[in-house]
Design a protein around this ligand. Structure first.
Ligand SMILES: [Zn+2]
Length: 258
């Protein structure tokens, strides 16, 4: 364990990761020496596989560990010194492989074929029939000033529609009913599949649907999955920073119905 001491995410979850396999994944692309942690369940390595791109979202990491212990599979988490960006690059805006992608995606500094290929080959090696999965945390409420406080299931835009599961959505610390608690789905149609939304809503899961097309590609994982992997089997579980309990609850509810 001593060699893992320099990774706060491992240190904070030292008991929980005891029976998991932990590997360090590193590679360079251009000016960026990427480092990631790969954790998987040796008793059942094939299974749900979670991507945790933002190193400042500590509950997402802990929730991934919970899922890997309970349901098998694995997770891949970007190491960025506890920050959202790694040397100026948002890890979740780096799934563009060509110059054209990087020009189009405001959040991508330069094309990242190695990054994209490496991450998806790891995911696809573990994932067996399960959807593409991501875990995120956001800040409380809606600040509207960028960063992660811009997500709320009380808001819809032309390209992202909210489908709350409850008649009354709560601000603050509302657990499943909180405006910051939701599962993101995505697809090429302007509107979400009603049956998919209903299936999630019936589980008490708030849903947000992102309408993806190549003209609006932002080089996030969801956009890459929809546009390049040709599937809409993608779920991103979002909860407020610090709310591990709700994130675990969403994992437990989602695995029953995906
Ligand atoms: Zn995030």
């Amino acid at each position: 364990m001593s060699k893992w001491k320099k990774y706060p995410d491992l240190r904070k979850n030292v008991q929980a990761i005891k029976n998991l396999c932990v590997y360090r994944v590193s590679f360079r692309e251009g000016r960026l020496p990427w480092e990631m942690l790969l954790l998987f369940n040796p008793r059942q390595p094939k299974g749900p596989f979670w991507f945790v791109p933002h190193d400042d979202e500590n509950s997402a990491f802990a929730s991934g560990v919970y899922a890997v212990r309970r349901y098998g599979g694995g997770m891949l988490s970007v190491v960025a010194g506890g920050r959202r960006y790694f040397r100026g690059q948002d890890p979740n805006r780096n799934f563009g492989t060509t110059q054209a992608d990087a020009r189009q995606c405001r959040g991508q500094k330069s094309p990242a074929p190695i990054y994209t290929r490496t991450i998806f080959s790891i995911i696809d090696a573990f994932r067996s029939g399960t959807p593409y999965l991501a875990l995120h945390n956001n800040s409380d409420g809606y600040s509207g000033n960028g960063g992660s406080g811009t997500i709320s299931v009380l808001r819809s835009t032309k390209r992202s529609q909210a489908y709350p599961a409850f008649p009354k959505i709560v601000r603050g610390n509302g657990g499943l009913k909180d405006e910051d608690t939701m599962i993101y789905i995505a697809g090429r149609a302007a509107r979400a599949s009603r049956s998919k939304v209903n299936r999630l809503n019936r589980q008490g899961i708030n849903v947000k649907y992102e309408w993806v097309d190549s003209a609006h590609n932002d080089c996030s994982m969801s956009n890459y999955v929809i546009l390049r992997k040709g599937t809409d089997r993608y779920y991103n579980i979002e909860t407020q920073k610090g709310d591990r309990r709700t994130q675990r609850e969403l994992i437990d509810r989602l695995v029953r119905i995906w």
